[in-house]
Write a protein that binds this ligand. Structure first.
Ligand SMILES: Cc1cc2nc3c(=O)[nH]c(=O)nc-3n(C[C@H](O)[C@H](O)[C@H](O)COP(=O)(O)O)c2cc1C
Ligand SMILES: CC(C)CC(=O)C(=O)O
Length: 372
């Protein structure tokens, strides 16, 4: 564990103490985003436009944080999970296995990145019922993708989270400037040696080319039916932010929608996800579950996303801060902070259960959103 003197009481504290002790290349990779970081910053700041309408005198001695609906038949502790992010061994030698152990011990759900350092099998063994989503990038070499999908299904993952906001990597200036590359002692856990994706070459965005390039031609008509033809896992799409794509996704037969802008790492100047969420929830109309990630750092942020209709929310960067802080124990500490903060928000807002967190518990102030 790094040497920290002050108690860590918020995720902001955890970020503040871990980042200065993180090697520059890793720090830029985790903290960075696309272009001028407008969407990255607004993902968090947009939460402040939503204010909670607290009810009082409601006997909140007991507060139940269990999610509204089970996820893949399981009741997790809280409707908050670990979003898939690449290369956890840059934060701690246990990598994604440490993350998975924390998820299992705290009964949280976890998504694993295609680009994990530890393998999908090691993570499944460590996380068991917590390791549910396998985040999928479809590669130009479809045989590599197909083989991977079949292997993760056999390992027991419940769903693919097909990332649909990354036909090319966003232009992340810090990664381009410092020529981001995976340290040579780390590997790509999910691919046999000869098929390892060449991520470094993709860092230039559209100008890059990779060994296993992400396929920019994926589309509703072709890709969802193709995935259906090769797997019985559920197929979710991660990166939908509009009502139009919500409808197309449902028409294509997806099992769930994950509202995301990749933590502001892809298209800059896209809407903050908390602002995109209501239109997706409305368009989905209860036909499929809707999850969201992006900028969630406080119990109040979780509350607001649930009030706007999300069934579940996911955390990206805070997991890396936790891993950096103290491996599995650091991730558990991060989870403890979020849990405590969410419980406190529910109680102070007068909600006994997640079911009571609905749009009436919120108002939005500040600049309004209108379509042109
Ligand atoms: C360092 C890093 C790596 C990521 N890698 C992936 C990835 O491999 N696949 C993916 O779909 N999303 C990836 N994401 C995006 C996350 O899944 C998630 O959408 C985002 O981090 C949520 O925003 P937050 O970090 O503000 O919580 C990554 C995010 C970060 C910060
Ligand atoms: C290896 C990358 C493609 C992982 C990713 O999605 C990201 O860095 O945002």
């Amino acid at each position: 564990m790094a040497n920290f003197t002050n108690p860590i009481v918020s995720l902001a504290d955890m970020e503040a103490v871990t980042m200065p002790q993180t090697d520059g290349m890793a720090r830029d990779y985790w903290q960075g985003g696309a272009n001028e970081l407008i969407t990255l910053k607004e993902n968090s700041s947009a939460f402040d436009y939503y204010k909670i309408r607290a009810r009082c005198m409601r006997n909140v001695e007991n507060v139940d944080m269990t999610p509204r609906k089970p996820l893949f038949g399981k009741k997790y502790s809280i409707p908050v999970g670990v979003a898939p992010s690449a290369f956890h061994q840059m934060a701690h030698s246990d990598g994604e296995v440490g993350t998975a152990r924390a998820c299992k011990s705290q009964n949280w759900a976890m998504g694993l990145s295609s680009y994990s350092n530890r393998s999908y099998q090691e993570v499944k063994d460590a996380g068991e019922d917590s390791a549910v989503f396998f985040q999928l990038y479809v590669f130009k070499k479809r045989n590599i993708t197909e083989d991977l999908v079949r292997r993760v299904e056999k390992a027991g993952y419940k769903a693919l989270a097909l990332t649909v906001d990354t036909p090319y990597l966003g232009r992340r200036y810090s990664e381009i400037r410092n020529k981001f590359c995976l340290p040579s002692y780390l590997g790509y856990g999910n691919f046999p040696e000869k098929e390892a994706p060449d991520f470094e070459a993709a860092v230039g965005g559209m100008t890059g080319s990779t060994n296993n390039e992400i396929d920019p031609s994926i589309c509703w008509e072709e890709t969802i039916p193709w995935l259906r033809s090769i797997t019985n896992m559920e197929i979710w799409v991660k990166g939908v932010v509009t009502e139009e794509d919500t409808e197309l996704a449902i028409q294509a037969g997806v099992d769930g929608i994950w509202v995301s802008n990749h933590g502001g790492r892809q298209l800059d100047s896209g809407l903050a996800t908390i602002d995109a969420l209501p239109e997706v929830v409305k368009a989905a109309g209860g036909r499929v579950p809707v999850h969201v990630d992006g900028g969630i750092r406080r119990g109040g942020d979780v509350f607001k996303a649930l009030a706007l209709g999300a069934d579940f929310v996911w955390l990206g960067r805070p997991v890396l801060w936790g891993l950096k802080y103290d491996g599995q124990a650091g991730v558990e500490k991060m989870m403890g902070i979020v849990t405590e903060d969410f419980k406190s928000t529910m109680a102070l807002a007068g909600c006994h259960s997640v079911d009571e967190i609905n749009p009436k518990t919120l108002v939005r102030i500040g600049p309004s959103i209108s379509k042109l």
